[in-house]
Design a protein around this ligand. Structure first.
Ligand code: GDP
Length: 439
């Protein structure tokens, strides 16, 4: 996410980070480079000019040149301005109402259906009773897609495949929600490949008929400047409440995230960073600014973990760790939970300084495949008691998993070290040493 922009901004700022003498000339040069980094990332020229003018004024005002840490101060100013540009404070969605109705609009392929599924899962996790509504009357496949997602996240889906009236479907769905005690209704609507009058009229009619508590406009961030233009058109017609940026996991140049708020004056409320149901984050302008500047985003990482981890399972595994009974089945279960958190590279990028380090590394969730294959090739007994895995068992496991003996050995060794570490922590905890060390 934002790798190119991050790279260029860091290069621009580096000259001020204690390298060489700092003069008004190289502050000006840095500002120019920052502006270029922004326009290269597809930020609208005027937006880029305005923000860099403000950065320059602030830098002069706060006397960056004579400050103790000119580079740090400059980064701080850029961070503040980027935060402001993306909307300042994070804005939640309005889910008051009985039921609250959330209308999802956007072009076809922007990620509306995927987002509807993710949002329902997100709200369900918060204990809300949600109904998903398939109001796309043109693509039967869209109904099926929503049904699959609903099933996956355990949320009911309302649809009327034979009905060709989106307004009626949406109204019926809300009636149904009232009858069945659902508190939030998410209406996924039809999109077209491009802005089109008939589509606009239809969604306007749906909006009028159901008076949503929240209308969200979903836009594919990979479409760059087009994303901003589409947002403008939808906003003129729908006066939506917030924006959802999707596909930020791709190598999007990110300009949309930076310009949309200024252009439509509506907050970005969520960002979607993958096809997995958990790859959804509330949009926090300040955290995003830190991420763009390579400062990481540990808070979002922790929140993602909280969303993905199953508390009962965590308790069960914790109990096994305490009894020194952690086995390969538990290990596999943990691995699967981590994978549920989303793309590993994206997750690692949330750790400060890590984004830059792993930029060129080829890691993705497939990197776990050999490990999973090896564990899957073990018998239940071997998973529980890896110490019984001798030479011939290793051979069998390697050929069964399509790996080699060395890979099997490595995994066994790492697992053994992990168990030793757990054991050590347990004894330390028992003797109270751990608390002392933690302090
Ligand atoms: P809709 O036509 O607006 O309902 O769009 P869909 O939800 O069907 O999404 C279109 C395609 O984009 C599908 O293949 C999705 O899996 C994919 N997609 C949606 N959101 C994301 C995202 O955040 N990241 C990535 N990489 N793909 C996404």
């Amino acid at each position: 996410m934002f790798e190119n922009l991050q790279d260029k901004l860091n290069k621009a700022i580096k000259t001020l980070k204690g390298q060489g003498r700092i003069t008004e000339i190289n502050v000006a040069a840095t500002i120019k480079e920052v502006r270029r980094a922004l326009t290269d990332a597809d930020v609208n020229y005027k937006v880029a000019k305005d923000i860099t003018d403000r950065i320059r004024d602030k830098a002069l005002d706060r006397k960056v040149l004579i400050s103790v840490e000119p580079g740090q101060l400059f980064v701080k100013i850029v961070q503040e301005e980027l935060t402001e540009l993306m909307g300042g404070e994070a804005q939640g969605i309005n889910i008051k109402g009985d039921p609250a109705v959330i209308l999802i609009a956007g072009l076809q392929g922007s990620g509306k259906t995927t987002f509807s599924g993710k949002l329902s899962a997100y709200l369900k996790k918060q204990g809300r009773n949600v109904l998903l509504v398939a109001a796309d009357i043109y693509r039967p496949a869209a109904i099926d897609q929503l049904k699959v997602l609903g099933e996956q996240v355990g949320v009911d889906v309302y649809s009327e495949p034979e009905n060709k009236d989106a307004v009626a479907i949406a109204k019926n769905a809300i009636d149904q929600a009232r009858k069945t005690g659902k508190k939030i209704v998410i209406v996924d609507t039809a999109g077209r490949l491009a802005v089109d009058e008939a589509m606009m009229q239809e969604i306007e009619a749906v909006k009028r008929a159901i008076s949503p508590t929240e209308t969200l406009f979903v836009v594919d961030s990979m479409t760059g400047q087009d994303a901003v233009n589409t947002a403008k058109t939808f906003n003129e017609r729908l006066n939506f409440d917030g924006v959802v940026l999707t596909k930020l996991d791709g190598d999007a140049r990110g300009g949309a995230a930076l310009s949309i708020k200024t252009v439509v004056n509506k907050p970005i409320k969520f960002i979607s960073t993958g096809e997995k149901m958990e790859a959804l984050d509330v949009f926090y302008p300040d955290r995003m600014a830190s991420r763009i500047l390579g400062m990481g985003d540990v808070i979002s990482l922790v929140e993602r973990a909280q969303q993905a981890f199953d508390e009962d399972e965590a308790k069960r595994i914790n109990a096994k760790m305490r009894k020194n009974q952690f086995d390969f089945d538990d290990f596999l279960s943990q691995l699967q939970q981590i994978k549920k958190m989303g793309n590993v590279k994206d997750l690692l990028g949330m750790i400060p300084g890590m984004g830059k380090m792993i930029k060129d590394l080829d890691i993705d969730n497939d990197s776990f495949k050999p490990i999973e294959a090896i564990i899957s090739s073990m018998t239940p007994k071997e998973r529980q008691r890896p110490d019984i895995i001798d030479g011939s068992r290793k051979k069998r496991i390697a050929s069964g998993s399509g790996t080699n003996i060395q890979q099997v050995n490595n995994l066994l060794k790492q697992f053994d070290e992990m168990r030793k570490m757990m054991k050590k922590m347990n004894t330390m905890q028992a003797s109270g040493k751990l608390n002392k060390m933690m302090r």
